[in-house]
Design a protein around this ligand. Structure first.
Ligand SMILES: *[C@@H]1O[C@H](CO)[C@@H](O)[C@H](O)[C@H]1NC(C)=O
Ligand SMILES: *[C@@H]1O[C@H](CO)[C@@H](O)[C@H](O)[C@H]1NC(C)=O
Ligand SMILES: *[C@@H]1O[C@H](CO)[C@@H](O)[C@H](O)[C@H]1NC(C)=O
Length: 423
Protein backbone atom coordinates (compact mmCIF):
# COMPACT_ATOMS: atom_id res chain seq x y z
CA UNK A 1 0.00 0.00 0.00
CA UNK A 2 2.86 2.35 0.80
CA UNK A 3 4.42 1.56 -2.56
CA UNK A 4 1.15 2.33 -4.23
CA UNK A 5 0.86 5.67 -2.58
CA UNK A 6 4.43 6.64 -3.41
CA UNK A 7 3.87 5.92 -7.04
CA UNK A 8 0.54 7.65 -6.99
CA UNK A 9 2.33 10.71 -5.60
CA UNK A 10 4.65 10.70 -8.58
CA UNK A 11 1.63 10.54 -10.84
CA UNK A 12 -0.10 13.41 -9.08
CA UNK A 13 1.28 15.86 -11.64
CA UNK A 14 -0.79 14.03 -14.20
CA UNK A 15 -3.79 13.19 -12.05
CA UNK A 16 -4.57 16.75 -10.94
CA UNK A 17 -5.56 17.98 -14.39
CA UNK A 18 -8.21 15.26 -14.33
CA UNK A 19 -10.36 17.16 -11.92
CA UNK A 20 -10.23 20.45 -13.83
CA UNK A 21 -10.66 18.66 -17.15
CA UNK A 22 -14.06 17.37 -16.20
CA UNK A 23 -15.42 20.89 -15.90
CA UNK A 24 -14.48 22.14 -19.36
CA UNK A 25 -16.76 19.63 -21.07
CA UNK A 26 -18.43 20.49 -24.32
CA UNK A 27 -21.08 18.16 -25.58
CA UNK A 28 -19.70 17.52 -29.07
CA UNK A 29 -15.93 17.74 -28.71
CA UNK A 30 -15.09 16.32 -25.35
CA UNK A 31 -11.71 17.32 -23.92
CA UNK A 32 -10.18 14.40 -22.07
CA UNK A 33 -7.57 14.65 -19.36
CA UNK A 34 -4.81 14.02 -21.84
CA UNK A 35 -6.05 16.53 -24.42
CA UNK A 36 -5.10 19.78 -22.78
CA UNK A 37 -2.62 21.94 -20.99
CA UNK A 38 -3.27 22.83 -17.38
CA UNK A 39 -1.99 25.13 -14.70
CA UNK A 40 0.75 22.58 -14.07
CA UNK A 41 2.18 23.25 -17.53
CA UNK A 42 2.65 26.95 -16.80
CA UNK A 43 6.15 28.41 -16.88
CA UNK A 44 5.84 29.38 -13.22
CA UNK A 45 5.50 25.77 -12.16
CA UNK A 46 8.63 24.67 -13.95
CA UNK A 47 11.32 25.81 -11.47
CA UNK A 48 9.43 24.12 -8.64
CA UNK A 49 9.05 20.95 -10.61
CA UNK A 50 12.76 20.97 -11.50
CA UNK A 51 13.73 21.56 -7.89
CA UNK A 52 11.66 18.62 -6.69
CA UNK A 53 12.93 16.40 -9.42
CA UNK A 54 16.58 17.36 -8.90
CA UNK A 55 16.23 16.61 -5.22
CA UNK A 56 14.87 13.15 -6.04
CA UNK A 57 17.63 12.60 -8.59
CA UNK A 58 20.30 13.18 -5.94
CA UNK A 59 18.56 11.10 -3.30
CA UNK A 60 18.41 8.10 -5.63
CA UNK A 61 21.89 8.58 -7.09
CA UNK A 62 23.36 7.45 -10.40
CA UNK A 63 22.21 3.84 -10.45
CA UNK A 64 23.17 3.58 -14.14
CA UNK A 65 26.83 3.32 -13.14
CA UNK A 66 26.31 0.01 -11.33
CA UNK A 67 28.73 -2.70 -12.41
CA UNK A 68 26.81 -5.74 -11.22
CA UNK A 69 23.21 -6.90 -10.98
CA UNK A 70 20.85 -9.28 -12.72
CA UNK A 71 19.50 -6.33 -14.72
CA UNK A 72 22.73 -6.15 -16.74
CA UNK A 73 23.23 -7.78 -20.13
CA UNK A 74 26.00 -10.30 -20.71
CA UNK A 75 28.96 -8.23 -21.98
CA UNK A 76 30.28 -9.25 -25.40
CA UNK A 77 33.84 -10.47 -24.73
CA UNK A 78 36.85 -8.70 -26.30
CA UNK A 79 37.74 -11.72 -28.46
CA UNK A 80 34.41 -11.45 -30.33
CA UNK A 81 34.85 -8.96 -33.20
CA UNK A 82 32.16 -6.43 -34.12
CA UNK A 83 29.85 -8.46 -36.37
CA UNK A 84 29.78 -6.09 -39.37
CA UNK A 85 32.24 -4.96 -42.02
CA UNK A 86 32.42 -1.34 -40.92
CA UNK A 87 33.87 -0.14 -44.26
CA UNK A 88 30.48 -0.75 -45.94
CA UNK A 89 28.67 1.27 -43.32
CA UNK A 90 29.48 4.85 -44.29
CA UNK A 91 29.29 6.64 -47.66
CA UNK A 92 32.42 8.22 -49.12
CA UNK A 93 30.47 11.44 -49.66
CA UNK A 94 27.54 12.71 -47.59
CA UNK A 95 24.48 11.34 -49.40
CA UNK A 96 21.82 13.78 -50.58
CA UNK A 97 19.06 11.20 -50.68
CA UNK A 98 17.48 9.52 -47.65
CA UNK A 99 16.98 6.32 -49.64
CA UNK A 100 20.76 6.04 -50.03
CA UNK A 101 21.59 6.39 -46.37
CA UNK A 102 24.09 4.08 -44.71
CA UNK A 103 24.12 3.68 -40.93
CA UNK A 104 27.41 5.53 -40.51
CA UNK A 105 26.04 8.53 -42.44
CA UNK A 106 23.95 9.44 -39.42
CA UNK A 107 25.64 12.24 -37.50
CA UNK A 108 22.85 13.15 -35.10
CA UNK A 109 20.57 10.89 -33.08
CA UNK A 110 17.46 11.88 -31.14
CA UNK A 111 14.38 10.38 -29.54
CA UNK A 112 10.93 11.26 -28.27
CA UNK A 113 8.60 9.31 -26.04
CA UNK A 114 7.83 8.38 -22.47
CA UNK A 115 9.49 6.40 -19.68
CA UNK A 116 10.23 3.60 -22.12
CA UNK A 117 12.58 5.96 -24.00
CA UNK A 118 13.83 7.54 -20.76
CA UNK A 119 14.96 4.04 -19.64
CA UNK A 120 13.21 4.53 -16.32
CA UNK A 121 14.54 2.10 -13.73
CA UNK A 122 16.76 0.20 -16.20
CA UNK A 123 19.33 -0.27 -13.44
CA UNK A 124 16.87 -0.39 -10.53
CA UNK A 125 17.42 -3.03 -7.89
CA UNK A 126 14.79 -1.60 -5.53
CA UNK A 127 11.82 0.73 -5.47
CA UNK A 128 13.80 3.97 -5.34
CA UNK A 129 15.78 3.01 -8.42
CA UNK A 130 12.52 3.45 -10.36
CA UNK A 131 12.83 7.22 -9.91
CA UNK A 132 16.08 7.25 -11.83
CA UNK A 133 16.08 7.64 -15.61
CA UNK A 134 19.01 5.62 -16.89
CA UNK A 135 18.99 7.42 -20.24
CA UNK A 136 22.54 6.38 -21.05
CA UNK A 137 21.23 2.81 -21.25
CA UNK A 138 18.12 3.54 -23.33
CA UNK A 139 17.54 1.22 -26.29
CA UNK A 140 16.98 3.91 -28.96
CA UNK A 141 19.09 6.78 -27.62
CA UNK A 142 21.47 5.68 -24.84
CA UNK A 143 25.18 5.92 -25.58
CA UNK A 144 26.82 5.13 -22.24
CA UNK A 145 29.97 2.96 -22.44
CA UNK A 146 30.05 1.01 -25.72
CA UNK A 147 28.36 -1.69 -27.81
CA UNK A 148 30.02 -4.50 -25.84
CA UNK A 149 28.27 -3.85 -22.56
CA UNK A 150 25.50 -1.44 -23.56
CA UNK A 151 24.28 -2.79 -26.89
CA UNK A 152 21.98 0.08 -27.83
CA UNK A 153 21.29 1.63 -31.22
CA UNK A 154 23.64 4.63 -30.67
CA UNK A 155 26.46 2.40 -29.43
CA UNK A 156 26.14 0.26 -32.56
CA UNK A 157 26.01 3.36 -34.79
CA UNK A 158 29.09 4.78 -33.05
CA UNK A 159 31.13 1.88 -34.40
CA UNK A 160 30.33 3.13 -37.93
CA UNK A 161 30.59 6.80 -37.04
CA UNK A 162 32.47 7.71 -33.85
CA UNK A 163 31.46 11.36 -34.39
CA UNK A 164 27.78 10.63 -33.74
CA UNK A 165 26.18 13.16 -31.35
CA UNK A 166 22.87 13.43 -29.50
CA UNK A 167 22.79 10.18 -27.54
CA UNK A 168 22.22 10.35 -23.80
CA UNK A 169 25.45 10.19 -21.83
CA UNK A 170 24.16 8.71 -18.58
CA UNK A 171 21.52 9.02 -15.89
CA UNK A 172 19.59 12.23 -16.49
CA UNK A 173 16.22 13.91 -16.47
CA UNK A 174 15.17 15.68 -19.67
CA UNK A 175 16.35 19.07 -18.38
CA UNK A 176 19.86 17.76 -17.62
CA UNK A 177 22.49 18.17 -20.31
CA UNK A 178 23.39 14.46 -20.17
CA UNK A 179 19.98 13.75 -21.65
CA UNK A 180 21.24 15.37 -24.88
CA UNK A 181 18.66 14.89 -27.69
CA UNK A 182 16.51 12.49 -25.68
CA UNK A 183 13.36 14.54 -25.17
CA UNK A 184 11.32 11.74 -23.59
CA UNK A 185 9.29 12.63 -20.48
CA UNK A 186 7.97 10.09 -18.00
CA UNK A 187 4.19 10.02 -18.13
CA UNK A 188 4.12 11.57 -21.61
CA UNK A 189 1.12 10.79 -23.79
CA UNK A 190 0.31 10.92 -27.48
CA UNK A 191 -0.95 14.52 -27.07
CA UNK A 192 2.55 15.65 -26.04
CA UNK A 193 4.42 14.48 -29.13
CA UNK A 194 3.82 17.47 -31.44
CA UNK A 195 5.07 19.77 -28.66
CA UNK A 196 8.04 17.53 -28.06
CA UNK A 197 8.92 17.71 -31.75
CA UNK A 198 9.11 21.50 -31.59
CA UNK A 199 11.34 21.35 -28.52
CA UNK A 200 13.50 18.76 -30.24
CA UNK A 201 14.05 20.91 -33.32
CA UNK A 202 15.02 23.85 -31.11
CA UNK A 203 17.44 21.80 -29.09
CA UNK A 204 19.22 20.28 -32.09
CA UNK A 205 19.30 23.53 -34.06
CA UNK A 206 20.95 25.38 -31.18
CA UNK A 207 23.71 22.80 -30.73
CA UNK A 208 27.05 24.02 -32.12
CA UNK A 209 28.14 20.45 -32.91
CA UNK A 210 25.36 20.08 -35.46
CA UNK A 211 25.56 21.22 -39.06
CA UNK A 212 21.81 21.79 -39.32
CA UNK A 213 21.37 21.58 -43.09
CA UNK A 214 24.05 19.03 -43.87
CA UNK A 215 23.96 16.43 -41.08
CA UNK A 216 21.69 13.40 -41.32
CA UNK A 217 19.48 12.98 -38.25
CA UNK A 218 17.80 9.89 -36.89
CA UNK A 219 14.76 10.25 -34.63
CA UNK A 220 13.00 7.34 -32.90
CA UNK A 221 9.45 7.90 -31.66
CA UNK A 222 7.62 5.53 -29.30
CA UNK A 223 4.54 6.81 -27.48
CA UNK A 224 1.14 5.65 -26.25
CA UNK A 225 1.84 3.39 -23.28
CA UNK A 226 0.48 5.85 -20.75
CA UNK A 227 -2.61 6.55 -22.85
CA UNK A 228 -3.44 2.84 -22.79
CA UNK A 229 -2.29 2.07 -19.23
CA UNK A 230 -3.44 5.04 -17.23
CA UNK A 231 -5.80 7.25 -19.16
CA UNK A 232 -7.94 5.31 -21.64
CA UNK A 233 -10.31 4.21 -18.85
CA UNK A 234 -10.88 7.82 -17.76
CA UNK A 235 -11.87 9.02 -21.24
CA UNK A 236 -15.46 9.64 -22.12
CA UNK A 237 -14.98 8.32 -25.64
CA UNK A 238 -12.02 5.98 -25.40
CA UNK A 239 -12.67 4.64 -28.89
CA UNK A 240 -11.69 8.04 -30.30
CA UNK A 241 -8.14 7.68 -28.99
CA UNK A 242 -6.73 6.04 -32.15
CA UNK A 243 -8.15 8.79 -34.36
CA UNK A 244 -6.64 11.45 -32.12
CA UNK A 245 -3.37 9.53 -32.14
CA UNK A 246 -3.40 9.59 -35.94
CA UNK A 247 -3.75 13.37 -36.07
CA UNK A 248 -0.95 13.86 -33.54
CA UNK A 249 1.39 11.53 -35.38
CA UNK A 250 0.64 13.22 -38.68
CA UNK A 251 1.18 16.66 -37.19
CA UNK A 252 4.49 15.55 -35.65
CA UNK A 253 5.84 13.96 -38.81
CA UNK A 254 4.78 16.87 -41.00
CA UNK A 255 6.51 19.23 -38.61
CA UNK A 256 9.74 17.24 -38.74
CA UNK A 257 9.50 16.84 -42.52
CA UNK A 258 9.03 20.59 -43.01
CA UNK A 259 11.39 21.89 -40.32
CA UNK A 260 14.30 19.53 -39.89
CA UNK A 261 16.41 18.94 -43.01
CA UNK A 262 17.78 15.42 -43.62
CA UNK A 263 15.76 13.35 -41.19
CA UNK A 264 15.05 9.63 -40.93
CA UNK A 265 12.33 8.67 -38.45
CA UNK A 266 11.78 5.30 -36.80
CA UNK A 267 8.23 4.83 -35.58
CA UNK A 268 7.95 2.09 -32.95
CA UNK A 269 4.83 0.95 -31.10
CA UNK A 270 4.95 0.51 -27.36
CA UNK A 271 4.85 -3.20 -26.52
CA UNK A 272 1.48 -4.77 -25.78
CA UNK A 273 0.37 -3.73 -22.32
CA UNK A 274 -1.49 -7.01 -21.82
CA UNK A 275 1.67 -9.00 -22.28
CA UNK A 276 3.55 -7.18 -19.53
CA UNK A 277 1.02 -6.39 -16.85
CA UNK A 278 -0.95 -9.63 -17.12
CA UNK A 279 2.07 -11.83 -16.38
CA UNK A 280 0.99 -14.71 -14.17
CA UNK A 281 2.83 -15.25 -10.92
CA UNK A 282 4.74 -11.97 -11.05
CA UNK A 283 6.63 -10.90 -7.92
CA UNK A 284 4.60 -9.15 -5.23
CA UNK A 285 6.35 -5.79 -5.72
CA UNK A 286 5.27 -5.82 -9.37
CA UNK A 287 1.66 -6.60 -8.47
CA UNK A 288 1.53 -3.45 -6.31
CA UNK A 289 3.47 -1.23 -8.67
CA UNK A 290 1.30 -2.17 -11.62
CA UNK A 291 -1.68 -0.67 -9.76
CA UNK A 292 -0.01 2.71 -10.06
CA UNK A 293 1.63 2.31 -13.45
CA UNK A 294 -1.26 0.67 -15.25
CA UNK A 295 -4.37 1.48 -13.29
CA UNK A 296 -6.72 0.95 -16.24
CA UNK A 297 -5.75 -2.73 -16.24
CA UNK A 298 -4.82 -3.71 -12.70
CA UNK A 299 -6.84 -3.19 -9.54
CA UNK A 300 -10.45 -2.27 -8.90
CA UNK A 301 -10.43 1.51 -9.16
CA UNK A 302 -12.06 1.56 -12.61
CA UNK A 303 -14.11 -1.64 -12.29
CA UNK A 304 -11.60 -3.50 -14.39
CA UNK A 305 -12.80 -6.74 -15.89
CA UNK A 306 -11.83 -9.14 -18.62
CA UNK A 307 -14.21 -7.24 -20.87
CA UNK A 308 -12.74 -3.81 -20.12
CA UNK A 309 -9.19 -5.09 -20.59
CA UNK A 310 -10.15 -6.65 -23.90
CA UNK A 311 -11.56 -3.29 -24.96
CA UNK A 312 -8.35 -1.41 -24.06
CA UNK A 313 -6.39 -4.14 -25.84
CA UNK A 314 -8.42 -3.58 -29.01
CA UNK A 315 -7.83 0.17 -28.76
CA UNK A 316 -4.09 -0.44 -28.45
CA UNK A 317 -4.17 -2.65 -31.56
CA UNK A 318 -6.00 0.12 -33.37
CA UNK A 319 -3.30 2.63 -32.33
CA UNK A 320 -0.68 0.30 -33.75
CA UNK A 321 -2.57 0.08 -37.03
CA UNK A 322 -2.78 3.87 -37.13
CA UNK A 323 0.99 4.17 -36.65
CA UNK A 324 1.63 1.72 -39.49
CA UNK A 325 -0.75 3.57 -41.81
CA UNK A 326 0.63 7.01 -41.04
CA UNK A 327 4.22 5.87 -41.60
CA UNK A 328 3.31 4.45 -45.02
CA UNK A 329 1.15 7.33 -46.16
CA UNK A 330 1.83 9.10 -49.46
CA UNK A 331 2.67 12.46 -47.93
CA UNK A 332 5.89 11.01 -46.47
CA UNK A 333 6.92 9.00 -49.51
CA UNK A 334 9.29 9.71 -52.36
CA UNK A 335 11.04 12.61 -50.63
CA UNK A 336 14.77 13.25 -50.84
CA UNK A 337 15.46 14.44 -47.33
CA UNK A 338 12.77 12.84 -45.19
CA UNK A 339 11.61 9.29 -44.57
CA UNK A 340 9.66 7.57 -41.83
CA UNK A 341 9.64 3.80 -41.36
CA UNK A 342 7.50 1.77 -39.02
CA UNK A 343 9.83 -0.62 -37.15
CA UNK A 344 7.88 -3.61 -35.79
CA UNK A 345 10.23 -5.32 -33.31
CA UNK A 346 7.90 -4.60 -30.38
CA UNK A 347 4.79 -6.17 -31.94
CA UNK A 348 5.32 -9.74 -30.79
CA UNK A 349 8.02 -9.28 -28.25
CA UNK A 350 8.36 -12.19 -25.84
CA UNK A 351 9.56 -12.38 -22.25
CA UNK A 352 9.94 -16.14 -22.55
CA UNK A 353 13.28 -16.38 -24.27
CA UNK A 354 13.46 -20.15 -23.70
CA UNK A 355 9.83 -20.62 -24.76
CA UNK A 356 8.60 -21.55 -21.26
CA UNK A 357 9.62 -19.23 -18.44
CA UNK A 358 9.35 -15.47 -18.14
CA UNK A 359 12.85 -13.99 -18.06
CA UNK A 360 12.39 -11.29 -15.42
CA UNK A 361 15.95 -10.06 -15.96
CA UNK A 362 14.65 -8.40 -19.15
CA UNK A 363 12.41 -6.24 -17.00
CA UNK A 364 13.08 -3.64 -14.36
CA UNK A 365 12.28 -4.00 -10.65
CA UNK A 366 8.65 -3.12 -11.43
CA UNK A 367 8.26 -5.80 -14.15
CA UNK A 368 6.96 -3.02 -16.39
CA UNK A 369 9.88 -1.01 -17.71
CA UNK A 370 12.88 -2.66 -19.35
CA UNK A 371 16.08 -3.51 -17.52
CA UNK A 372 19.47 -2.64 -19.00
CA UNK A 373 19.43 -6.09 -20.55
CA UNK A 374 15.95 -5.52 -21.97
CA UNK A 375 17.12 -2.19 -23.38
CA UNK A 376 20.05 -3.93 -25.07
CA UNK A 377 17.71 -6.51 -26.63
CA UNK A 378 15.42 -3.70 -27.78
CA UNK A 379 18.27 -1.59 -29.16
CA UNK A 380 19.62 -4.51 -31.14
CA UNK A 381 16.12 -5.34 -32.39
CA UNK A 382 15.65 -1.78 -33.62
CA UNK A 383 19.03 -1.86 -35.35
CA UNK A 384 18.12 -5.15 -37.04
CA UNK A 385 14.74 -3.74 -38.14
CA UNK A 386 16.48 -0.81 -39.85
CA UNK A 387 18.50 -3.24 -41.96
CA UNK A 388 15.62 -5.60 -42.73
CA UNK A 389 13.55 -4.82 -45.85
CA UNK A 390 9.88 -3.91 -45.53
CA UNK A 391 7.86 -7.10 -45.16
CA UNK A 392 10.81 -9.04 -43.75
CA UNK A 393 11.27 -7.15 -40.51
CA UNK A 394 11.36 -9.22 -37.35
CA UNK A 395 8.41 -8.58 -34.98
CA UNK A 396 10.37 -9.58 -31.88
CA UNK A 397 13.75 -9.33 -30.21
CA UNK A 398 16.31 -12.10 -30.00
CA UNK A 399 19.44 -12.77 -27.95
CA UNK A 400 22.24 -10.27 -28.64
CA UNK A 401 24.29 -10.95 -31.80
CA UNK A 402 21.96 -13.78 -32.85
CA UNK A 403 21.30 -13.09 -36.53
CA UNK A 404 22.69 -9.56 -36.08
CA UNK A 405 22.10 -7.58 -39.29
CA UNK A 406 24.80 -5.73 -41.22
CA UNK A 407 24.93 -3.51 -44.28
CA UNK A 408 26.06 -5.59 -47.28
CA UNK A 409 27.46 -4.81 -50.73
CA UNK A 410 24.07 -5.61 -52.25
CA UNK A 411 21.99 -3.72 -49.65
CA UNK A 412 24.13 -1.16 -47.88
CA UNK A 413 21.27 1.29 -47.16
CA UNK A 414 18.80 1.72 -44.33
CA UNK A 415 15.56 0.38 -45.73
CA UNK A 416 12.73 2.77 -46.52
CA UNK A 417 9.37 2.14 -48.18
CA UNK A 418 10.87 3.48 -51.38
CA UNK A 419 14.09 1.48 -51.56
CA UNK A 420 12.76 -1.87 -50.31
CA UNK A 421 12.24 -4.45 -53.04
CA UNK A 422 9.15 -5.79 -51.29
CA UNK A 423 7.41 -2.52 -50.66
C1 LIG B 1 31.57 -1.35 -19.77
O1 LIG B 1 32.78 -1.15 -20.45
C2 LIG B 1 33.50 0.03 -20.06
C3 LIG B 1 34.72 0.09 -20.91
O2 LIG B 1 34.38 0.33 -22.23
C4 LIG B 1 33.85 -0.04 -18.59
O3 LIG B 1 34.49 1.16 -18.19
C5 LIG B 1 32.58 -0.24 -17.77
O4 LIG B 1 32.90 -0.43 -16.43
C6 LIG B 1 31.82 -1.47 -18.28
N1 LIG B 1 30.55 -1.58 -17.55
C7 LIG B 1 30.17 -2.68 -16.94
C8 LIG B 1 28.83 -2.67 -16.28
O5 LIG B 1 30.83 -3.68 -16.93
C1 LIG C 1 -17.88 0.94 -10.79
O1 LIG C 1 -19.08 0.22 -10.58
C2 LIG C 1 -19.90 0.78 -9.56
C3 LIG C 1 -21.10 -0.15 -9.33
O2 LIG C 1 -21.53 -0.72 -10.53
C4 LIG C 1 -20.34 2.18 -10.00
O3 LIG C 1 -21.14 2.78 -9.00
C5 LIG C 1 -19.09 3.03 -10.23
O4 LIG C 1 -19.47 4.31 -10.72
C6 LIG C 1 -18.16 2.36 -11.23
N1 LIG C 1 -16.92 3.13 -11.31
C7 LIG C 1 -16.37 3.47 -12.47
C8 LIG C 1 -15.09 4.27 -12.39
O5 LIG C 1 -16.84 3.17 -13.54
C1 LIG D 1 4.70 -14.50 -31.80
O1 LIG D 1 5.70 -15.19 -31.06
C2 LIG D 1 5.36 -16.50 -30.69
C3 LIG D 1 6.52 -17.09 -29.92
O2 LIG D 1 6.98 -16.24 -28.96
C4 LIG D 1 5.08 -17.35 -31.92
O3 LIG D 1 4.67 -18.62 -31.54
C5 LIG D 1 4.02 -16.67 -32.78
O4 LIG D 1 3.87 -17.36 -33.98
C6 LIG D 1 4.40 -15.23 -33.08
N1 LIG D 1 3.33 -14.57 -33.80
C7 LIG D 1 3.54 -13.82 -34.87
C8 LIG D 1 2.33 -13.21 -35.48
O5 LIG D 1 4.65 -13.63 -35.32
Amino acid sequence: MILRCSFACLLVMYALPAASGQRTVRQDRYVDITDQRTMLDSAGMRPMFHLLRSWMFNVVGKTGQRKSGSFLQQPIPPEVPFPCDVSLGRSAKVPTNVHKLRPGDINVIAAMGDSLTAATGAAASNFFGLYQENRGLAWSIGGQWDWRNVTTLPNILKVFNPKLVGYSLGDAYPFHSDSQFNLAEIGAVSYDIPHMARALVQRIKRDPRVDWKRDWKLVTIAIGGNDICSFVCTMRYPDQLPAKHRLRMQRTLRYLRDNMPRTFVNLVSVPSVAKVVMLQGKPFACESLHHGECSCWIGKLYNQSEASRARWGRIQEEMIRVEQEVARSAEFRGLDEFAVVYQPWSLNVTMKMNGKDVDYTLLSYDCFHMSQKGNAYAGTALWNNMLEPIGKKSPSWRPLLKNFKCPTKESPYLFTYDNSVNS
